[in-house]
Ligand binder design. Structure first.
Ligand code: PYC
Length: 316
């Protein structure tokens, strides 16, 4: 008998999320960091089966629902993609909220969601959720980088639940028809960062690169293009990327606590963001809140047939 994995698909501003609600690996009840390691070491074939082709795609972010460590948390989640596991995922958390509501497991209101990088507070109303993200901060400002084939690139390194390089110079055509060129540029920037040993704290890989330009909609503050770890681009404005952006704006004194920042994605979907100062006065970090809408668009049984030569995905 083939194994069945039950998933709910949603999208947040066009960026897909696939939440595993049944049939995923049992990772126990330990600390989330240990559970991610267990997933990676013993069940990585299931990550590939769920998220890569032919069942999934490079664009999709997966999330395994796991029991939270505290009864008062509404859910625990471990995010992953075609490349690896993600500490946090903003669009995925907004997608998770719509999924849990679709399943009748939560109602509108406030909820705590446990992730490998901390607990995020979410507030939901209809299809729209606001998540108060993990503390976010700028690690380094105005880093200058020579990028072969591109030239001199200047950017900030910031944490928003994942590591980002936020490009400050250049004049890029941020339109959906230019995605292959934007992907080429951001991949070259990411390779140059790695080659030159430029990392996040604790030597962590900077796996996301963001370009910015003027918003197409005058109601918005900025448009972005976000390269994700596996080489796909984020269709949404990227929740962790918008958190990193807000941390940089706050560090530059360009956005005040509570002031709204409207970030538009390459396809025109929007997240609104604000921030508050961290409760720890010695910390440079801010606590961003990101608001976006997600819609459930599929309920699927993934069939894992051992006779299928691509049962565990197409090897990359
Ligand atoms: O929304 O944080 C996000 C995200 C990360 C990667 C793709 N989306």
């Amino acid at each position: 008998m083939p194994d069945i994995i039950k998933v709910i698909d949603s999208h947040t501003g066009g960026e897909p999320t696939r939440i595993v609600i049944e049939g995923g690996p049992d990772l126990g009840h330990g600390p989330f960091a240990n559970r991610v390691e267990q997933f990676r070491q013993h069940h990585d074939h299931l990550r590939r089966a769920i998220i890569t082709e032919p069942r999934g795609s490079d664009v999709m972010v997966g999330g395994l629902l796991v029991p939270p460590t505290q009864a008062e948390y509404s859910a625990g989640i471990i995010f992953f993609n075609n490349h690896d596991y993600l500490g946090m995922c903003g669009h995925g958390t907004i997608g998770l909220m719509s999924t849990l509501k679709h399943l009748g497991r939560i109602e509108d209101g406030s909820h705590l969601i446990e992730t490998p990088v901390g607990v995020v507070a979410c507030r939901m109303e209809h299809h729209t959720s606001t998540l108060e993200n993990v503390p976010s901060y700028r690690l380094a400002a105005n880093v200058t980088l020579e990028v072969p084939g591109i030239g001199t690139v200047v950017g900030d390194i910031a944490w928003g639940g994942n590591w980002f390089f936020l490009v400050k110079n250049g004049n890029y055509d941020l339109t959906a028809s230019n995605v292959s060129e934007l992907t080429r540029v951001t991949l070259a920037i990411r390779t140059a960062l790695s080659d030159q040993g430029i990392t996040g704290s604790s030597r962590q890989w900077i796996d996301h690169v963001e370009l910015f330009g003027p918003a197409h909609d005058p109601d918005n503050d900025s448009r972005n293009f976000v390269l994700c770890p596996g080489g796909a681009y984020d269709r949404s404005p990227c929740g962790t990327g918008t958190s990193a952006k807000v941390a940089c704006l706050a560090a530059d004194g360009k956005l005040q606590p509570g002031q709204v920042w409207r970030q538009e994605s390459i396809i025109g979907s929007v997240f609104t963001a604000t921030y508050r100062q961290s409760n720890d006065p010695s910390s440079e970090s801010v606590v961003p809140s990101i608001t976006g809408s997600a819609f459930v668009c599929g309920e699927t049984d993934l069939i894992l047939n051992p006779n299928d030569p691509f049962c565990m995905g197409i090897p990359s």
